[in-house]
Design a protein around this ligand. Structure first.
Ligand code: HSE
Length: 432
């Protein structure tokens, strides 16, 4: 008789149902590949409805709660698809690991907050902690960093890490639709988090970046040092301005070894149309990695949605079925280095600035003066005429590379000068 890997599935939402779909369709191939039959034997979910999609789950064990599922004697491995940094996910994962059971989780918030502690608990109990589905949906970026690039020193990882934001920005640009309208569509498609402010506020991407940083640099995940800015303030006008100048706006997450600590940031950026990252649209995510021996490489794939994320969950389950266990973040939990953050606002790059100017003599000269005082060189300027005498004049500029601290100081001075009707909007430019 073929051996079984008995799965306890906590969470039967979008991804949980995707896992059931995948096992139903590809179960035989997976058995041939791993030598084990992967079978969901027990579940737990907020709703007790026994039918999920095409699946009748009435014959399974329904555990009282995730923690009971984790330690149920019929369960070999816990698949945690509940989400959230705290309980019930946190306690359930700890209970499974403490019982020596491996865990597969898609929970980036949990890992960003407690990744180091959970990795050490897994090591201490000879269990595995796997999380391919936590970062960039179907893209195997965790395995790539942890295993495929294990011979490299990675110096930088950057990418599009939130499918919902990329979908919103793409649809706003291509179809001129409103932010709110596209967000509702992303929710219907199963891309958005239960609370979509995690997506549009940049927090989901930050959770994922914290995990990637730990994998890339062998450090404790350190969410608190990430500079986070979401996409809620990006306007259709910014997207159109960027388009006219040959750019797209993307929410990027970047971690890099600066030589003086590690820089981690998540914010919207202008990227060149036609560049590899500028072509990653819709729900697609991307991770661009630089390793000292491999050089540059980029992975692209669907970053959200039931089936791509289920694909990642199954990658981990197949590893467990085959007996492949590596330390969660590539080095044993006890050897994860304390995180050392680079000084803030040292980012150097170009900047896009949008201003609404009172159409008065001296306005443009004053702006140019403030930039020159900080040694900031202007790359391009566009000023459009106001439609009526009462309106402000839209004024857009981009700069050559400069220090973020200088840019912020210049903009604060420009605001004080009083020529602008609203505070300036600034978006960084990334030359990827
Ligand atoms: N809400 C996430 C996204 C799902 O949009 O990318 C995948 O983590």
């Amino acid at each position: 008789m073929v051996a079984k890997l008995r799965i306890g599935l906590a969470g039967l939402g979008t991804v949980g149902t995707g896992v059931l779909d995948l096992l139903a369709r590809n179960g035989n191939e997976i058995e041939a590949r791993t030598g084990k039959k992967l079978e969901v034997v027990a579940v737990t979910a907020r709703s007790n409805s026994r039918v999920r999609g095409a699946h009748d789950l009435s014959g399974l064990v329904w555990a009282e709660n995730p923690q009971a599922l984790a330690v149920h004697p019929d369960v070999d491995v816990l698949v945690e698809l509940i989400g959230g940094e705290g309980d019930p996910a946190y306690s359930a994962v700890k209970a499974a690991l403490a019982a020596g059971k491996s865990v597969v989780t898609a929970n980036k918030a949990l890992l960003a907050h407690h990744g180091g502690e959970l990795a050490r608990l897994a090591d201490a109990n000879h269990a595995g902690l796997y999380f391919e589905a936590a970062v960039a949906g179907g893209i195997p970026v965790v395995k790539t960093l942890r295993e495929g690039l294990a011979g490299n020193q990675v110096s930088r990882v950057s990418g599009i890490l939130n499918g919902t934001c990329n979908y919103i920005l793409t649809k706003m640009a291509d179809e001129g639709r409103s932010f709110d309208d596209v967000l509702v569509e992303a929710q219907k498609l199963g891309y958005a988090e239960a609370d979509p402010t995690f997506d549009v506020g940049g927090f989901d991407a930050a959770h994922k970046l914290a995990v990637l940083t730990a994998l890339a640099f062998g450090t404790e995940p350190d969410l608190k040092s990430i500079e986070i800015e979401g996409i809620s303030h990006v306007t259709l006008e910014d997207i159109r301005n960027a388009d006219a100048m040959g750019y797209k706006i993307k929410l990027l997450g970047v971690c890099a070894d600066t030589g003086d600590g590690i820089e981690q940031r998540v914010h919207p950026m202008l990227v060149r149309k036609g560049s590899p990252i500028g072509e990653v649209d819709g729900v697609f995510n991307a991770a661009a990695i630089h390793g000292d021996f491999v050089g540059d490489l980029m992975l692209v794939g669907r970053g959200a949605g039931a089936h791509p994320t289920a694909s990642a969950v199954l990658s981990d389950l197949c590893d467990i079925a085959r007996g492949n266990r590596v330390p969660a973040f590539g080095v044993p939990g006890a050897k994860l280095k304390p995180f050392r953050a680079a000084p803030a606002q040292t980012h150097a790059g170009g900047y896009y600035v949008a201003l609404d100017l009172h159409d008065r003599p001296g306005a443009v000269a004053a702006i140019a003066q403030r930039l020159a005082e900080r040694n900031i060189s202007i790359e391009s300027i566009v000023q459009r005429a106001p439609q009526t005498a009462a309106e402000t004049a839209p004024f857009i500029l981009t700069t050559h590379d400069t220090q973020e601290s200088d840019m912020r100081a210049a903009l604060s001075q420009i605001e004080k000068d009083g020529y602008a009707a609203r505070p300036p909007r600034m978006i960084r430019m990334e030359r990827l």
